[in-house]
Every structure is written in C-alpha cells, then in structure tokens.
Write a protein that binds this ligand. Structure first.
Ligand SMILES: [Fe+2]
Ligand SMILES: [Fe+2]
Length: 330
C-alpha cells in the first residue's frame, strides 16, 4: 500500500516524515502544538490517521515510506505525542472499572454488559442492502485483513498458562498454519464475494476516524509491554462479544442470497469464538491475573476500551447511512 492522502496538519506531518522529507526539531514542536489543539481525539480524523500511519510501519508498511524510519527517534517522538493524547482520551472515556472485586471472568462480563450502543448487527441482519454490507466490510477490512496481528505482539511478554491460552486462540485465528483457514484469508474471500477489492489497505481513504481509533487501540495495547494486561482484556472482550453479531452478519448475507463463500468468515467466528470466549476469559485472563494480580484493573480497562471504541465505530457507520428506523434497533 502507498502512504494515504493526509487530512490535516498531523497526518500531513507524519506523511512528510515517512516519505523521507527532512524533519526538523521545529516540526515536532509544531506537531505537539497541533496535538494539544485536538478536541475529541477518539473521533479526530487527522489524529487517528496520523497514528494509523505511524503504526502501519510495524505491520506491512508503505511502499513509498522510508523503511529505516520504523525505529527512528523522530518517529518515536511523534508516536509518543499522539499516543499521549489518545490514551488521555481513552482514560477519560473509559474510567477504571468498579468490577475489580469480582473474579476476572465475571468482571469482564460486567464491563461488556455495561456498554450499550445502537446495534449494527441487528441492522445488517434485518434491513441492510448489499451496499451497506460493502461499506461495513470496507471499514472492517482495516482490521480483518491483519486480523489477530496486534494481539500476537504480547505473546513474548507472557509466560505459563496465560501465554499458552493466548497462543491457543491466536493459532486458530491464523488457521493453525493453513492459509485457507486464516481468518484474514476468509475475510478477503468475503470481500471478493461482494465485489470488493481485497488488497491490503485498499479502503483507507474512506475509513472513518472511529474505525481507525478502534484499530489504533489494539496496536497501542499490543506494542507496549506495560499494556499487556489491557491487551488481554481487549482480546477477551473481542471474543466475548463475537458470537451473536457474527451469526447476524452471516444470516444477513444469506437473507440477501449470498452463499458459504461469503459467509464462511462469519460462520467460523460463531463456532470458534464460542470456545475462544472461555479460553480468553478463564484460561488466559484468569491465569494472567493470578500471576500479576496488580494488573487486574488493566485487564478490565482494556476490555472497556474495546467495547466503547467498537460501539463508537458501529454507531459512526450507522450514522453515515442515516438508516431509517435507526432508533428502533438501538
Ligand atoms: Fe478471528
Ligand atoms: Fe476468536
């Protein structure tokens, strides 16, 4: 993929830096000032795109970016400035949980159940047309074409039973080493069935800031060792909120006449995540908080961030459709 078109001063500065244009100390000072001026970081298109570009250097990168900038001090300083504002906003939106007294699997359930939003999956099940599904898949492709990658980064930071449980989940996500079974492969197949371009990064130009924010969250939690607890909570929340929406997405596509090649990705998640949910909450998070009890609140916070940002990405997409009867499905 190529570097995207910037949409403001922050993404403009990051794209300039990544394309190898000389970076001066004053550029960082200007960027820090521009970051401070951002009002609502979780839905700010410029900040989220800037962060997504920085993070992409750790995934597949950009063909027109300077590869050797990945760990350059000037990029690290930019990332630190963007992340500070992002994390500050996350801490404000998702305060520390009150579920810390409960066993972790129950605490996770409380955190998940306390977040409500309009139901994107109900809309897709009952009312969506093919165009709505195309928009939905284009947004989701930002994550699902690299599905599971952000969570893999924490594997080396864990030990014992928590590590084994994370590897068990991730192995399934990667099709247990079979290309055809990789969830990213199944997602690409769904995209093709709906005549979408399954090229990695093809839809970045129409990605909503809330979608970038949800993916940037996973990357931030994956890249920092200090966020290992939050990352596990994030993964547990993903797994625990997966079965029902994925059943609806698959049935919505069947309602529109699509066959198994389009629905395999969703059908696989209905099956796999019914198991992953238990492995993630009990084996992975349970073992982790036994090993590191002081990190329990981090686990719950990560789960809270996951559900809040996913709900906001879903609501933002529904808003773009101005879907009739939206309130009835809330
Ligand atoms: Fe998956
Ligand atoms: Fe899963």
């Amino acid at each position: 993929m190529r570097l995207p078109e910037p949409c403001g001063p922050l993404s403009g500065a990051v794209v300039r830096l990544l394309s190898g244009v000389m970076w001066r100390r004053s550029d960082l000072a200007a960027l820090v000032r521009d970051v401070a001026a951002v009002d609502a970081p979780l839905m700010d298109a410029d900040l989220q795109l800037a962060l997504a570009c920085c993070y992409e250097m750790h995934y597949r990168g950009f063909e027109d970016a300077e590869e050797n900038l990945e760990w350059a001090p000037e990029l690290a300083a930019v990332v630190a400035a963007l992340e500070r504002r992002f994390e500050e906003a996350l801490r404000a939106a998702v305060p520390g949980p009150d579920a810390a007294a409960l066993p972790i699997d129950q605490g996770l359930r409380v955190v998940i159940d306390s977040t409500v939003g309009p139901s994107l999956s109900s809309f897709l099940l009952h009312r969506a047309q093919v165009e709505h599904f195309r928009d939905f898949l284009a947004q989701r492709s930002v994550y699902h074409l690299k599905e599971a990658d952000p969570h893999t980064w924490q594997i080396p930071r864990l030990a014992g039973a928590a590590k084994a449980a994370l590897v068990e989940i991730q192995a399934d996500e990667y099709g247990n080493g079979r290309l055809a079974g990789m969830h990213a492969t199944l997602f690409a197949q769904t995209m093709r069935a709906l005549d979408l371009d399954d090229t990695y990064g093809a839809y970045w130009s129409e990605t909503l800031p809330e979608t970038h924010a949800a993916v940037n969250l996973m990357t931030m939690l994956g890249l920092h060792r200090r966020h290992r607890g939050a990352l596990l909570g994030h993964l547990a929340a993903l797994e625990m909120t997966s079965t029902q929406p994925n059943r609806r997405y698959g049935n919505g596509l069947r309602r529109l006449g699509f066959d198994g090649s389009a629905t395999a990705f969703f059908d696989e998640h209905v099956q796999a995540d019914a198991v992953h949910e238990q492995v993630a909450a009990v084996d992975m998070c349970g073992s982790f908080v036994r090993d590191e009890p002081s990190r329990k609140a981090d686990v719950l916070w990560g789960a809270g961030c996951c559900v809040v940002l996913d709900a906001s990405a879903g609501a933002a997409l529904l808003d773009t459709w101005d879907a009739p009867g939206r309130e009835e499905i809330a």
